[in-house]
Design a protein around this ligand. Structure first.
Ligand code: MN
Length: 288
């Protein structure tokens, strides 16, 4: 089965909350098979907007996934029972919204919060990990009931402290112990934390369920110096059949530029749509 190739809507958006519908036809016209949207937004919007998104995706012939970095007020790894309960409820609202939107996969930092630091955490990393796993065992029940798949995204130390390597993520999903929870890797973060791209992908192995791609500076794939040959060969060696979603961030400004630390225009003369089209073609060639 050919991997679906997608793009994260925030490539074009200035703010995290957005109307995703206009991005669907745009992404389809550029060659993509899927659009990844903000899970926080769909959890807050009404049933009419959810149906509109589902129908628009169907019309554009695109599949949808959704992504979130849980806010600190919904951190399921918190030492506070109230904060953990809020996080589990937040994931529950997202699961309901996903079902309404026809989305079956949730990705991102769903095991704690984003950004998340270790400083000031009662009990340190070990306690946070225990709270997170216990919370996830509860939250994942809704995913199991609705046949949804959740993915824990491994990110770099400057954004989170709990899952920084593929090995840590595999151990986490094994502890939770359900096929509804899988590992997500992202080449931008792997470049910082992993000794080897190929080894990290092999470590994730059959647990790997979602894959984000971007260059070292978050330019679109093909515009930097990541070892795509090595990464692609490793994905083939484990028989990876999941989605490959690019997550480029190149324009400063708005909440997105602020939170992702895009402090300058990384591609000042670029036509964003032309770049996305070229990156999509690059990724599809690379996966062939
Ligand atoms: Mn990512």
């Amino acid at each position: 089965m050919r991997n679906k190739v997608g793009i994260y809507y925030a490539y074009w958006a200035r703010d995290w909350d957005a109307d995703f519908v206009p991005y669907l036809a745009r992404a389809a016209s550029l060659g993509f098979d899927a659009l990844e949207v903000n899970a926080g937004t769909i959890a807050e919007c009404g049933e009419r907007d959810r149906t509109r998104l589902k129908e628009a995706a169907h019309e554009a012939g695109l599949a949808l996934s959704c992504c979130i970095g849980l806010p600190p007020s919904s951190d399921i790894a918190s030492a506070s029972p109230a904060v953990r309960a809020r996080g589990i409820a937040h994931l529950g609202r997202i699961a309901d919204a996903m079902a309404d939107c026809g989305i079956d996969r949730l990705t991102g930092i769903i095991y704690s919060c984003w950004p998340g630091t270790l400083e000031g955490r009662e009990g340190g990393r070990d306690a946070a990990l225990r709270w997170s796993i216990a919370s996830m065992k509860e939250a994942i029940k809704k995913a199991e009931d609705r046949a949804l798949e959740y993915h824990v995204e491994v990110v770099n130390r400057f954004e989170q402290f709990l899952l920084n390597t593929a090995e840590e993520a595999v151990s986490y999903v094994r502890e939770v112990g359900t096929p509804s929870l899988r590992v997500q890797l992202d080449t931008f973060h792997m470049n910082i934390e992993e000794d080897s791209f190929a080894q990290a992908i092999r470590t994730a192995g059959t647990h790997l369920g979602h894959f984000h791609v971007g260059e070292t500076n978050r330019k679109p794939p093909g515009r930097g110096r990541l070892p795509w040959g090595e990464i692609g060969a490793a994905l083939k060696s484990i028989g990876y059949g999941g989605w490959v979603v690019m997550e480029p961030f190149v324009r400063p400004g708005g909440e997105v530029g602020r939170d992702i630390k895009v402090n300058r225009d990384l591609m000042p003369d670029a036509d964003l749509d032309a770049e996305a089209r070229a990156a999509c073609a690059f990724v599809k060639r690379w996966l062939d």
